[in-house]
Write a protein of this length. Structure first.
Length: 247
């Protein structure tokens, strides 16, 4: 058996998919150009590293469960003049994650809150952070179900490991006291440790009506807004027919 064949078999055995994809080409290049062994080894390892990075990104994107295909590059800033593009692109540098800051996007339905949150989450995932996108009602329902299964501590611990958690459409929801308490516990444990993006159609003073527990809302807002960037969107809905499907 030739050395080349042994090499190909060894690459298969070790499941080095990145190297496998370029091995024949790189060996041919090395033979033709007479490149040093160190250069060949570097190029093969670089290909494997790039493959693993791409696979890791695809996994993070899959696990994040982003429900829309928004990116900040495709966001129609020209149709929503109340959003300052420079501010959003500054947030896209992701310094807020390193500082464990929160972002709250407040605006009427259809004004682009979900798109901005999804775009920022995508940026974070590409940069190597772990994140998750949740519809607010789905998150609160999952927290409630976990109470009955005695899974709540583990679920909250899991949610607290995400570098960036997006909670979308926090609005006029149907909540019970157990859901409210579990939600506050989650936010309390993420406070000062990890970043959270909340999108909502409710100004802060209306959160008291939503959660119906003034002491807990006081504590939540105190923590959420301590290291927080609030973006208010007062513009038109992007779902109007003339926008041809823009959200």
């Amino acid at each position: 058996m030739t050395t080349k064949k042994k090499l190909h078999e060894l690459v298969d055995t070790l499941h080095l998919a990145g190297i496998k994809a370029v091995l024949a080409e790189e060996l041919a290049r090395a033979e033709k150009n007479g490149c040093p062994h160190s250069e060949l080894l570097y190029r093969l390892l670089a290909a494997e590293h790039a493959h693993r990075q791409q696979r890791s990104l695809l996994y993070r994107l899959q696990q994040a469960k982003i429900p829309v295909d928004w990116t900040l590059e495709s966001f129609p800033f020209n149709l929503q003049p109340t959003i300052h593009k420079s501010q959003i692109m500054s947030l896209a540098q992701l310094d807020f994650i390193g500082k464990a800051q929160n972002i709250v996007l407040i605006g009427n339905p259809g004004t682009g809150k979900t798109g901005l949150a999804a775009g920022l989450l995508r940026k974070a995932l590409v940069a190597g952070y772990r994140g998750r996108f949740y519809n607010a009602q789905d998150l609160l329902d999952e927290l409630y179900t976990s109470l009955a299964d005695r899974y709540s501590p583990r679920l909250i611990k899991k949610l607290c490991r995400y570098d960036l958690l997006v909670i979308d459409e926090l609005g006029y929801l149907t909540l019970n006291p157990e859901q409210v308490n579990a939600f506050f516990k989650l936010m309390e444990q993420r406070y000062g440790q990890k970043s959270t993006i909340v999108t909502t159609n409710l100004d802060y003073d209306l959160w008291y009506d939503l959660f119906a527990n003034k002491p807990l809302v006081d504590a939540l807002l105190d923590r959420l807004r301590h290291h927080c960037i609030t973006v208010k969107i007062d513009g038109p809905s992007l779902r109007r027919p003339e926008h041809n499907g823009d959200k």
